[in-house]
Design a binder for this molecule. Structure first.
Ligand code: PMP
Length: 455
């Protein structure tokens, strides 16, 4: 690769490269974190060697040294570097992967439609759901219910499904998509108990269904746990009540598993963890360990049977749907997950240890709450624990903690004043210790910065 110095690369980056989800002006001033190499669970960057507490962007769940995936992609590129799956064409890796996915998905799900990303998957979800109701002779069932502060991707359709206000301000949101409450007790629970808040958030779904009229509602889409929104783990009352409501009114359910699929919760999918029985599962990211772009929508038999019976042509697809190299990467990834018992290990060993170490941070003076499931966790930063009061309205604590974390050799992400951790699932217990030792130092440093600034 390039032998340019970091300075030359950063200058070129500033001159030519507009980065996703970045303030272009700010980037020009502050430069970028250049990452040039990675191995195991570490990245080598212009800010030193960092333990990657975010698995890239929630995707490199098996870390950065999986030679078997690299070999599988190289072999596939030599054998069949490309062919499409339009117009009755197919190829072995896409077929084999479809079969493997059907094996790990819940029993009632046996079909897949490939995309290249989670966002394209959610565009596909909209197309599939609308097509299903059209074919069922209920074309009025068009409205999709999502949740405030959800993240479902960044194409126009996916960002419309998402519930992030700052994104909606920048384009015209698609019609027939509405948003109901999120089950975020720490941020929005007020005087309610977590259980009460869970039921209240579920009730906002039922109220919306009744307001719209059941005959107009196509589906409800939700992440098992809101990831990018702040690792919002619902109170235990939430999913059983949502499931009851969806069953009662016969509304399709889409589980967006782009982050939680493939073992993050200690089950294959987040819907297994919460037993939500979805009709569609949107997946991407960790299916290839992030080594190739691949996503897709897995479809329950109930929906697939309707789509397959006399539906005519489904006018949707992408040039690279089920790209052979991406499918080869996914097959190699799934093989490692099976052979190394990654999912069971998260459930029984690393997840419980991760939780134990995270809980130890709960007593820290600036921590209001810690929460985790499997190998994903969140730390809420506050000025006052009892009243859950933040230091400021501008996410200063989150920004300070993110910087302090990097200074201590750890990548943690800040969503507002919520710190997020979703490290590779392959971590040893010693590496989990290393992560939380660094996180503790980051919290100590953040406390100093914030006390100086806000008293
Ligand atoms: N859905 C969820 C739940 C996600 O977290 C993301 C990405 N973080 C997406 C969809 C979009 O995926 P992509 O960036 O691959 O388009």
């Amino acid at each position: 690769m390039s032998k340019l110095s970091n300075e030359a690369l950063q200058a070129s980056d500033k001159a030519h490269f507009l980065h996703p989800f970045s303030d272009f002006k700010e980037m020009g001033h502050n430069g970028t974190r250049l990452v040039s190499q990675a191995e195991d669970i570490y990245i080598h960057s212009s800010e030193g060697k960092l333990l990657d507490g975010m698995s890239g962007l929630w995707c490199c769940n098996l870390g950065y040294s999986q030679q078997a995936i690299v070999d599988a992609v190289a072999k596939q590129l030599q054998e069949l570097p490309y062919y499409n799956s339009f117009f009755q064409c197919s190829h072995p890796p896409a077929i084999q992967l479809a079969e493997e996915l059907a094996k790990i998905a819940p029993d009632h799900i046996n079909n897949v439609f490939y995309t290249n990303s989670g966002s394209e998957g959610n565009d596909t979800v909209i197309r599939l759901v609308r097509r299903y109701w059209d074919l069922k002779g209920q074309p009025d069932k068009r409205v999709i219910i999502s949740r405030k502060n959800a993240y479902h991707g960044s194409t126009v359709a996916a960002a419309s499904l998402g519930g992030m206000g700052f994104m909606h301000e920048q384009f015209n949101v698609l019609p027939d998509i509405v948003h109901v409450d999120q089950p975020y007790w720490f941020g929005e629970g007020g005087d309610l108990t977590p259980d009460e808040l869970g039921l209240k958030a579920a009730k906002s779904l039922e109220d919306k269904i009744l307001e719209l009229g059941v005959e107009n509602v196509a589906c409800f889409i939700a992440e098992p746990i809101q990831g990018a929104g702040g690792v919002i783990i619902p109170p235990v009352t939430y999913w059983p009540e949502v499931k009851r409501i969806l069953n009662k009114y016969d509304i399709l359910f889409v589980s967006d598993e782009v982050i939680f699929g493939f073992g993050r919760t200690g089950k294959w999918f987040g819907c297994d963890y919460y037993d939500t029985k979805p009709d569609l599962i949107n997946f991407a990211k960790a299916v290839t360990n992030g080594y190739q772009p691949l996503g897709g929508v897995m479809i329950a038999d109930k929906v697939a049977d309707v789509l397959k019976a006399d539906g005519g042509e489904f006018g949707h697809g992408f040039t690279y749907s089920g790209h052979p190299a991406a499918c080869a990467a996914a097959l190699a990834t799934l093989k490692i997950i099976h052979e190394q018992n990654i999912v069971e290990n998260v459930d029984k060993v690393s997840g419980p240890y991760f939780s134990k170490r995270l809980q130890q941070l709960a007593d820290h003076p600036i921590v209001g709450e810690v929460r985790s499931v499997g190998m994903v966790g969140a730390i809420e930063l506050v000025k006052d624990k009892a009243s859950r009061t933040r230091f400021s309205d501008n996410s200063d604590a989150g920004a300070a903690c993110r910087d302090a974390s990097i200074a201590n050799g750890l990548v943690m992400r800040a969503t507002g004043d919520t710190m997020i951790i979703a490290p590779p699932l392959i971590m040893t217990l010693e590496q989990i210790d290393e992560l939380f030792d660094k996180a503790k130092l980051a919290l100590d440093d953040t406390q100093k910065v914030m006390t100086e600034k806000f008293g």
